[in-house]
Design a protein. Structure first.
Lengths: 313, 268
C-alpha cells in the first residue's frame, strides 16, 4: 500500500463496511498476509479463512457460501484476478455462489510495485468470465450502496477499488444503485464520455475544459461493467453521435470493450479509448504514471475533440 | 459386520463398478481406475454412514460429501444413481452435450451433489469452511471430503490442514485415498496427518469391516478434525492394458472388463 489515494479507497470502503456490518450476518475472508497487514486496522473483524493463502481464502469463501452465508472476499487485484482466477471461476461463479469479491490495488494504484502488482487486466478477465458481475465504484456513495445491496444480491460479483476513486463525491448520488446500472453525472449533447472508478473525476474535469471549447460533454459513471447499462449509453450517443471510454486499465476487454461491443452491435459511432495500451506498466509515482500512460483529463479532452469532429450526424 | 450386510455391500459395490465401466465405456471417455477403486468406499459411505434423504437432497441436516478428485466423479455419479437421487438412465448420457452428468459435477443441477468439484486443487479449505458453518447447528451435519495422497505432497494443502486443525471442526472428515502401488505408496499419510493435530485412522477402501471399525471409533461431536487414510488394494481393479487415468474403452474391452468384474464379484 503506497498510494495515498488507494489507501483512502480501501479505508473508506472498510469504514463503510464495518459501519453497516455491525449486528448483521457478516463474514469476510482474506489471505493471512492481507488480513494482518492491510486490513488489520481497517476492519474490526478477523478473517474467517481456513487457509493462510489467498487461493485458500477463495475456497473458504465458497465453503461459507455453500452453508448459506454471503461472505466478502477481500484481496489485491493481482492476487484475486491473477492467482485465483481458475478457483473463482470454478468454485464460485460456475456454481453461482453469492460471494462478494472486493479487490484493491487495481489499476495503477500500487504505484511503486511494478508490473507484477499492478493489475490492469483484472476487469477484462472478470468481464470475460461467464455469469460474473463486475462493479467499479467511483465514489464512496456507490461503494456504500453496493454494500447495502450486497445482502439482496444472490449472485457473485467482483468489485474493484482503484486509485482515489472513493474519496470523491458526485451529484445525482441519490440515483438508486443496481447491478447493470449507470449514472449520468453531467448532461450534455456534444460528446458522450463513459468512465469508471478513478477516471470519473478526470472525465468531469475534462468536461469542464471541453465546455470552454463549446463542446458540451455528457459524463456517464459506468459503475456496472457487467452487466453493462447499454440503454443509458445508447440513449446518450443517439444525441451526441460520438463517444470516449476512459478507464484506469488495459484498453482491451474492459470498459472500452463493453462500450465498443454495445455500439458496434447497435449504433456505431466514432469511439476512442483513454486507457493503458498493450503493455505492462513501470513503477513510479501515481502522477508520473498517469502522465506517462495517458490517463489524465488532457487525454480525455483530446479524444473527445477527435470524436466530436468525426461525430455521426 | 454381519455376513448379510457384508454381502449386501459387496453386491452393491460390484453393481456400482459395472455401472462405472458402462458409463465410461459408452461415453468413450472418462477416468476409470480411481473410480473403480473408490467405489466400495463410496458405497460404504452412502449406504452405511452418511445421513440423508434421497428425496430431499437439500435438507439442512444432511451430511455433506465433497471431493477434489475429478477421477472419482464417475463413482460418485454411479453411487448417487443407485442410491436413488436420480434415474440410472442419466449414467448412459455421461459427458454428453446437454446431459445432467458432465465431466465435473454441475453443482445445483444434480440431486445429491453437495459441492462443486474444482479441478484447481486443493479444495480442503472449502470443506473446512462448510464444516465450521455447520457445526454449531443442532444436528451438526458432517462434511466428508474425499481427496487423494498426491495432495499430501502439496504445500498449500499442508498449510490448509494445519490451519484447519486450529479451527474447531470435529465434524470434518477427510478421506485420503492412498494407492498402495507406485511412488505415492511411500507417503506416510497417517503419520503426516497426525503430526498436524488430526485424529487419524487407517482402513482398506474395499474392506467394509475395517471401514466400519474406523468410522465407529470416531467421535464427530468433539475433538480434532478427522482423517481416514483409505488404502486402495489392487484386487478391485480391472486389468486393462495400458491402464491410464483417462482413456476410452472399446466395446470389446468393455465386455471383457464387465466379465472380469462379474467373475471377481462371484469370487467374493
Amino acid at each position: 500500500m503506497n498510494a495515498d489515494g488507494n489507501l483512502s479507497a480501501l479505508s473508506a470502503f472498510c469504514a463503510a463496511l464495518s459501519e453497516r456490518a455491525a449486528g448483521k450476518d457478516f463474514i469476510f475472508v482474506a489471505s493471512e498476509e492481507t488480513a494482518e497487514k492491510e486490513l488489520k486496522d481497517l476492519l474490526p473483524f478477523s478473517s474467517e479463512s481456513l487457509s493462510p493463502s489467498i487461493e485458500g481464502a477463495v475456497m473458504s469463501a465458497a465453503g461459507f457460501a455453500l452453508a448459506g452465508r454471503k461472505p466478502w472476499l477481500i484481496g489485491r487485484a493481482a492476487d484475486i484476478a491473477g492467482r485465483c482466477y481458475s478457483r473463482i471461476r470454478e468454485a464460485i461463479v460456475q456454481t453461482g455462489l453469492p460471494v462478494r469479491i472486493v479487490s484493491f490495488d487495481g489499476g495503477i494504484s500500487c504505484v511503486h510495485e511494478g508490473a507484477s502488482s499492478q493489475m490492469l487486466e483484472d476487469i477484462a478477465l472478470m468481464r470475460a468470465m461467464p455469469r460474473m458481475n463486475v462493479i467499479v465504484p467511483a465514489d464512496e456513495e456507490t461503494a456504500v450502496r453496493v454494500i447495502e445491496a450486497g445482502d439482496e444480491i444472490s449472485c457473485p460479483f467482483y468489485m474493484r477499488l482503484d486509485g482515489a476513486a472513493l474519496s470523491q463525491k458526485y451529484e445525482n448520488a441519490s440515483e438508486p444503485f443496481h447491478i447493470g446500472g449507470a449514472r449520468i453525472l453531467r448532461g450534455g449533447g456534444g460528446v458522450t464520455i463513459c468512465a469508471c472508478g478513478a477516471m470519473v473525476a478526470r472525465a468531469l474535469k475534462a468536461a469542464e475544459r471541453l465546455e470552454m471549447q463549446n463542446i458540451n460533454a455528457e459524463v456517464i459513471d459506468c459503475y456496472s461493467l457487467k452487466p453493462f447499462a447499454e440503454n443509458v449509453l445508447l440513449s446518450s450517443v443517439r444525441r451526441t453521435g460520438c463517444c470516449v471510454a476512459a478507464s484506469e486499465e488495459n484498453a482491451f476487454g474492459g470498459l472500452f470493450g463493453a462500450v465498443a461491443e454495445c455500439l458496434g452491435r447497435t449504433y456505431p459511432v466514432p469511439l476512442r479509448s483513454v486507457a493503458v495500451g498493450d503493455e505492462f506498466v513501470n513503477s513510479g509515482t501515481q502522477e508520473e504514471l498517469c502522465e506517462y500512460y495517458g490517463l489524465t483529463w488532457k487525454e480525455i479532452v483530446d479524444a473527445a475533440a477527435q470524436v466530436w469532429a468525426l461525430r455521426r450526424r | 459386520m454381519d455376513e448379510k450386510k457384508f454381502a449386501k455391500l459387496n453386491n452393491i459395490s460390484a453393481e456400482v463398478r459395472k455401472d462405472i465401466l458402462r458409463m465410461v465405456g459408452i461415453a468413450r471417455s472418462g477416468p476409470l481406475e480411481k473410480s473403480l477403486s473408490a467405489a466400495s468406499l463410496l458405497v460404504y459411505l452412502y449406504w452405511e454412514e452418511m445421513l440423508f434423504v434421497p428425496g430431499e437432497p437439500r435438507r439442512e441436516d444432511r451430511d455433506r460429501f465433497m471431493t477434489d478428485v475429478p477421477e472419482a466423479v464417475p463413482a460418485l455419479y454411479a453411487v448417487l444413481a443407485r442410491r436413488g437421487f436420480f434415474e440410472r438412465e442419466h449414467l448412459w448420457h455421461y459427458r454428453r452435450l446437454g446431459a445432467m452428468l458432465q465431466a465435473l459435477p454441475d453443482f445445483g443441477r444434480i440431486p445429491g451433489v453437495d459441492a462443486p468439484c474444482v479441478a484447481a486443487r486443493p479444495q480442503i479449505a472449502m470443506a473446512g469452511a462448510l464444516a465450521r458453518e455447520l457445526f454449531p447447528a443442532e444436528s451438526s451435519p458432517r462434511v466428508i471430503f474425499l481427496t487423494d495422497e498426491k495432495n499430501l505432497l502439496c504445500d498449500e494443502f499442508i498449510a490448509d490442514l494445519k490451519k484447519s486443525s486450529g479451527k474447531y471442526t470435529p465434524n470434518l472428515l477427510v478421506l485420503v485415498l492412498q494407492n498402495l502401488r507406485g511412488d505415492t505408496a511411500r507417503i506416510a499419510a497417517p503419520a503426516r496427518l497426525s503430526s498436524f493435530g488430526w485424529d487419524v485412522r487407517e482402513a482398506f477402501s474395499s474392506d467394509f469391516e475395517s471401514l466400519e471399525n474406523a468410522f465407529m471409533s470416531f467421535n464427530f461431536a468433539e475433538g480434532a478434525p478427522k482423517a481416514l487414510v483409505a488404502l486402495q488394494s489392487e484386487d478391485v481393479f480391472v486389468k486393462l492394458e495400458h491402464s491410464e487415468a483417462f482413456r476410452s474403452l472399446s466395446m470389446g474391452e468393455l465386455d471383457m472388463a464387465l466379465e472380469e468384474l462379474e467373475e471377481k464379484s462371484n469370487e467374493r
